[in-house]
Design a protein around this ligand. Sequence first.
Ligand code: ADP
Ligand code: ASP
Ligand code: MG
Length: 412
Amino acid sequence: MSLVVQKFGGTSVASTKHIQKVAEKIIQARQRGQNVVAVVSAMGDNTDRLDELAKEVNFNKVGAKREIDVLLSTGEQVTIAVLSMMLMKLGCPARSFTGGQAGIFTDKSHTRSRIREIKPDRLLESLELGEVPVVAGFQGIDCHGDITTFGRGGSDTTAVALAAVLEADECQIFTDVEGVYTTDPRVVDQARLMDRVTFEEMLELASLGSKVLHARAVEFASKYQVPLRVLSTFVQGEGTLITKEDKLNMEQPIISGIAFTKDEAKLTVLGVEDVPGIAWKILGPISDANIGIDMIVQNVAADNTTDFTFTVIRDDYHEAMDLLNQVAMDIGARQVNGDDKIAKLSIVGVGMRSHAGVASKMFQVLADRSINIQMISTSEIKVSVVIAEEYIELAARALHSVFNLEEKSIKS
Ligand code: ADP
Ligand code: ASP
Ligand code: MG
């Protein structure tokens, strides 16, 4: 008998009515002869509400993150119980499992933990008994048995990791859109549903802000060769298959998708002496505080001083600013500036490898609309820019149209 892991996101389980629909979907899969392991998110925007509770208390010192994980993980715990009861009511044996009960072991980094090992014995027993194991997404336990979470959107990662360890035939991510689009369909009306996208492109899109899939879920799927599909809970369809690159595809578009995120902030140290070790002195304390750094730019001025700019996640902005002010004093910098109203916009495509001029075309589109580029970073298959947050939708729409993403393939 085949096995599928089906993951249902927040909107798909927003109410008991929605949960009934989800239960019926699971039962239909079983009637088609498939075993199902279900993974669920918190109902609706419950995680946001739990997060706000933590922010109201506003305690950021040692120990806070452990408690945030205890708090945030309760959202998923509600859903597993309600869905299991709903399945049983509809005549389908089911059993709920928290991350720890499902055997998901992680490292100790609260709020951004990584899966270390999965011991799926209890899930296998449950399947053996003919039940649907219903697993809480986005959570595990560390070596002390303390609850950990994987970062926002992390239920996708639970689903893919379980699919890998259980050697499922497919991991199906059910969500509130019909699959992966060329860009966020809620922002760009012309966004086109893709029937396939490569792991490599999906990983870039997810890492650069397309929240339809958690980046680590794509990483896992690629590493363990898990067939991964994104599809709608509400509309019938094949959705999008995330797959290996098709070397024979002659019509490979240059750009496959556009990702953007407003979850960014920029910090600049001005007038730093241009000597070896400066980057380390500036960024060391930021990294030591476990704050992730994204883009970095260093300019050399004529007077042998340098301006050093980098971006962080917006939530980390104030902490990073406090640290940077301290560092600036220590190294005798002239000034520290910051801006937390920036956004990052990226174009992604494996077709870029064989085409020159993609970045300059992107820059021209932005220039034509008088949008100032503050930072740039590129890799083999992506170009990212930082611009003012207020222009992000305008820029995404313009690029989508100029790169002809609504059409099947592009020639340029
Ligand atoms: P879930 O709660 O099911 O996990 P998410 O809100 O995390 O759902 O992800 C789905 C959302 O991702 C969509 O509603 C859409 O607005 C957004 N999104 C961003 N980029 C894309 C994209 N390229 N394709 C599809 N959806 C996207
Ligand atoms: N409930 C968590 C969140 O909202 C995890 C998830 O839905 O993937 O981020
Ligand atoms: Mg999600």
